[in-house]
Design a protein around this ligand. Structure first.
Ligand code: ADP
Ligand code: MG
Length: 250
């Protein structure tokens, strides 16, 4: 007899997620899952709910209803230890949010020390490793104001990676950068993807989505309109709203 099929262990599983701010319904029933090691890019017009979706995945926003399961932990369960669950999720924002009075190295050490309680030597070793990984080992002792936007964003990525996350969320990580600095950040993200990091990336970088994503999700008006391979969603969109959006951005 065939065994009962086992539940698939998704890195992220979202079921019928709704989020409202007062009367404004922003997410209107989102369903999707990300498998371990997958890179999923979320695209869509401004105001479609992309950031809200990402923020629900690490409970920066509390969903109005629905289920969010991350690394096997149901974040929407009453008894969940939210801080513990969040620790497994790294987030990189459009604005880098570095501490201005701390060096790059200190920025990458602080949460390791405070949240993970790593000792100083270990936190420093892991910080240096990750600053090297994002290609700015030589900037360890620089303050954010002494770094370009691209370098600051790479410090922010190193800071997230230093927490050993099982999943990385990126919300338009290159949108605040001068065009000539975008490539360095995308190169780091591409390397992470190749190393097998599970990533959920909101981006307007269609070339990145096409080359790096396993799946592309197109959102509009708080729903997922299309979800498929980059070839399907970017290359041959079936929905008219997707077609219109892509005509504007490509
Ligand atoms: P996107 O990232 O796709 O541009 P957002 O998720 O940021 O979209 O926003 C979707 C909608 O939700 C917008 O209309 C926005 O104004 C609204 N919104 C987002 N956050 C809040 C909030 N904290 N309070 C009220 N409205 C919000
Ligand atoms: Mg946004």
């Amino acid at each position: 007899m065939t065994p009962v099929s086992q539940a698939v262990n998704h890195a992220v599983e979202i079921r019928d997620l709704h989020k409202s701010f007062g009367k404004l319904q922003v997410l209107k029933g989102i369903d999707f899952a990300v498998d371990p090691g997958q890179v999923v890019c979320v695209i869509g017009p401004s105001g479609s709910g992309k950031s809200t979706l990402l923020r629900c995945v690490n409970l920066l926003e509390e969903p109005t209803s629905g289920r969010v399961v991350v690394n096997g932990v149901e974040l929407t369960h009453r008894d969940v230890d939210i801080d513990a669950a969040r620790r497994g999720v790294g987030m990189v924002f459009q604005q880098f949010n570095l501490f201005p009075h701390m060096t790059a190295l200190q920025n990458v050490m602080i949460a390791q020390r405070r949240v993970l309680k790593r000792d100083k030597a270990e936190a420093e070793r892991i910080a240096r490793e990750n600053l090297e990984k994002v290609g700015i080992a030589e900037k360890c002792d620089s303050y954010p104001a002494q770094l370009s936007g691209g370098q600051q964003q790479r410090v922010a990525i190193a800071r997230a990676l230093a927490m050993s996350p099982a999943l990385m969320l990126f919300d338009e990580p290159t949108s605040a950068l001068d065009p000539e600095l975008v490539g360095d950040v995308l190169t780091v993200m591409r390397k992470l993807a190749e190393e097998g990091m599970t990533m959920l990336v909101v981006t307007h970088e269609m070339a990145f989505a096409r080359d790096v994503a396993d799946r592309v999700v197109f959102m509009d008006g708080g729903v997922i309109v299309e979800d498929g391979t980059p070839e399907q969603v970017i290359g041959a969109p079936r929905n008219e709203r997707t077609q219109t959006f892509l005509r504007r951005v490509l």
